[in-house]
Ligand binder design. Structure first.
Ligand code: SAM
Length: 227
């Protein structure tokens, strides 16, 4: 499918973002670089924030959540070693931006978001851009998405206290799970690989700061009793 038409000014800023914030900081995977250079991040934020879309920072979105920093989206995609034949699960779809990026690399992406308002907005943005290999689901992603398991890669875009067992179970042999884990304001970026012999290997890639992963295998929902 041809890339969607975008404002030339945004395209210029996007190319600058790829050079300055991704390549210069060590992102090397050509598939990740191409995807980040293609997806219009300005289409995933509200109008008044469009001008900041190519700064390397998280930005506020609806429901008190954030769209992740471009560098961290690229870093997680690279650590997940996404391939064109992969079936990918993202937990924490938020604006839908990262899911769109993963979908430019992989064959099929399922992205789960717990806030219905965000899931609906993400779905309509993805549809408007014609990215028909990305499906947005509303629910608790700490339980994974059993309907479509196993996944070649699972990327969690919110920080939880531990690695959810359900997500490990839903990895295909050789599958990679990339997620922030930690009990403080900062988390550790972890990659869990399911080996062909069904053992799991865990590697750590430094500190990150994500919004909380809330759900059955994440943090409790502080607002659960307010409803
Ligand atoms: N990847 C997103 C993007 O590109 O816009 C940004 C994600 S934002 C940092 C984290 C998202 O995770 C929030 O939208 C939050 O509502 C969602 N979230 C937190 N816990 C979740 C869960 N258990 N299941 C699904 N979504 C969850």
């Amino acid at each position: 499918m041809a890339p969607p038409q975008t404002n030339p000014r945004h395209a210029e800023h996007r190319a600058f973002m790829v050079e300055r914030h991704l390549r210069a900081r060590g992102i090397r995977d050509p598939l990740v670089i191409a995807a980040m250079g293609e997806v219009p991040r300005e289409a995933f934020v509200s109008g008044e924030l469009e001008e900041f879309a190519y700064e390397d920072s998280a930005l506020p979105i609806e429901a008190g959540q954030t769209i992740s920093q471009p560098y961290i989206v690229a870093r997680m995609a690279e650590l997940a070693t996404l391939e064109p034949t992969d079936k990918v699960l993202e937990v924490g779809a938020g604006s839908g931006f990262a899911a769109a990026v993963f979908g430019r690399i992989a064959a099929q992406v399922y992205a789960i978001e717990r806030h219905e308002e965000l899931a609906n907005l993400a779905r309509s943005r993805i549809a408007r851009l014609g990215y028909d290999n990305v499906e947005i689901i509303c629910g608790d992603g700490t339980k994974g998405f059993a309907e479509e398991e196993p996944f070649d890669a699972i990327i969690v875009s919110a920080g939880g206290p531990r690695v959810p067992e359900a997500l490990k179970r839903q990895l295909a042999p050789g599958g990679r799970l990339v997620l922030p884990v930690g009990t403080g304001r900062m988390q550790e970026l972890i990659r869990v690989t399911r080996n062909e012999d069904d053992t799991f290997e865990e590697e750590s890639f430094g500190g990150v700061a994500f919004v909380p992963l809330i759900g059955e295998e994440g943090w409790p929902d502080q607002n659960a009793d307010d409803a």
